[in-house]
Design a protein around this ligand. Structure first.
Ligand SMILES: Cc1cc2nc3c(=O)[nH]c(=O)nc-3n(C[C@H](O)[C@H](O)[C@H](O)COP(=O)(O)OP(=O)(O)OC[C@H]3O[C@@H](n4cnc5c(N)ncnc54)[C@H](O)[C@@H]3O)c2cc1C
Length: 273
């Protein structure tokens, strides 16, 4: 009996609360007015967020991660694709992911001078459709832009792209490097979110190739440092030999943040509200 009374009071409070809220927010008012007319799917979204991020590619994942560091900020991330399977994690079969449902499957416009051997002269234009975006189907090669390019932008007067004070710290903040081959430690960080490693396996050919290049006076370099010309081993976004997508790196560890919501398999379009 007591429980019944408690539940009745609780319901009354909830209804009262909704009515009071409706005075303040047209969105909530609309929600209350149309309550019952909506589908469950729609009602999931009818909340107020400080930020709505459309797309969970590396861009969206990093943004969601950083914004939700502040526990007061309420963030919704919407993604058209879904979570990757174990198969996307296997580097050897990465090229097959381009043939999967994790690719939007776009075709480029008909080309006059290229793609001529392809049907209607159209090349495939893969783009990821997954939690993690293209980082779920990409080649996992970790390559930052070249220092010279960023410096050039700065010379052109573009603000906020100073390599030493802004770009490099941002790269380092995201990185969790565990590199076993030649690298310049001052360009790397070992405590970020995104794993950067060398391939755990290489054929004897790699060493032969590097030695051959050195004999031609190319230095062995860290491709993600201030050196751009030389020879070096690739660094990749893998963790213990498995793909480390943007979702795995930046979102999975923060899923429990209270004010963070993400929905997959929902495409935002002009009719989304
Ligand atoms: C085959 C391939 C290989 C690559 N190899 C490498 C590599 O080895 N190294 C490297 O550094 N880079 C590589 N890249 C590029 C790299 O993956 C991209 O630069 C990077 O993923 C871009 O991130 P993004 O967040 O801008 O966009 P994306 O990764 O494209 O993510 C955008 C996300 O938004 C979602 N989305 C789009 N529209 C909507 C909508 N209306 N509603 C809801 N969701 C939506 C998409 O489904 C997608 O998940 C490769 C890319 C591809 C396709």
């Amino acid at each position: 009996m007591l429980i019944k009374i408690f539940i009745t009071i609780l319901f009354a409070k909830i209804i009262q609360c909704q009515i009071n809220l409706s005075r303040f927010s047209p969105l909530v008012e609309n929600l209350v007015k149309n309550y019952g007319k909506q589908t469950v799917e729609q009602s999931k979204y009818h909340q107020i967020y400080d930020f709505v991020i459309v797309g969970s590619g590396p861009g969206g994942c990093v943004l969601a991660n950083r914004l939700t560091e502040n526990p007061k900020i309420k963030v919704l991330m919407i993604e058209a694709g879904t979570v990757e399977t174990i198969a996307q994690g296997v580097p050897l079969i990465a090229p097959l992911s381009v043939e999967s449902r994790y690719n939007w499957g776009y075709l480029a416009e008909k080309q006059e001078y290229s793609c001529r051997g392809l049907r209607d002269g159209q090349c495939a234009y893969p783009r990821g459709k997954a939690l993690g975006g293209s980082s779920v189907i990409n080649g996992m090669v970790y390559t930052r832009g070249s220092k010279g390019d960023f410096d050039h932008w700065k010379q052109l007067g573009i603000e906020n792209w100073d390599y030493e004070t802004q770009v490099l710290p941002a790269f380092k903040r995201s990185e969790r490097a565990n590199l076993k081959y030649f690298h310049k430690p001052e360009f790397h960080n070992i405590s970020g979110s995104l794993s950067v490693t060398n391939s755990p396996y290489e054929t004897p050919f790699a060493k032969i190739f590097i030695n051959a290049m050195k004999s031609l006076n190319y230095s062995e370099i860290d491709l993600n440092s201030d050196d751009s010309i030389g020879v070096g081993r690739l660094q990749s976004n893998t963790l213990r030999g498995v793909r480390h997508s943007a979702f795995e790196a930046f979102i999975r560890p923060v899923l429990k943040r209270k004010k963070f919501t993400h929905h997959d398999q929902h495409t935002c379009d002009k009719n989304s509200h």
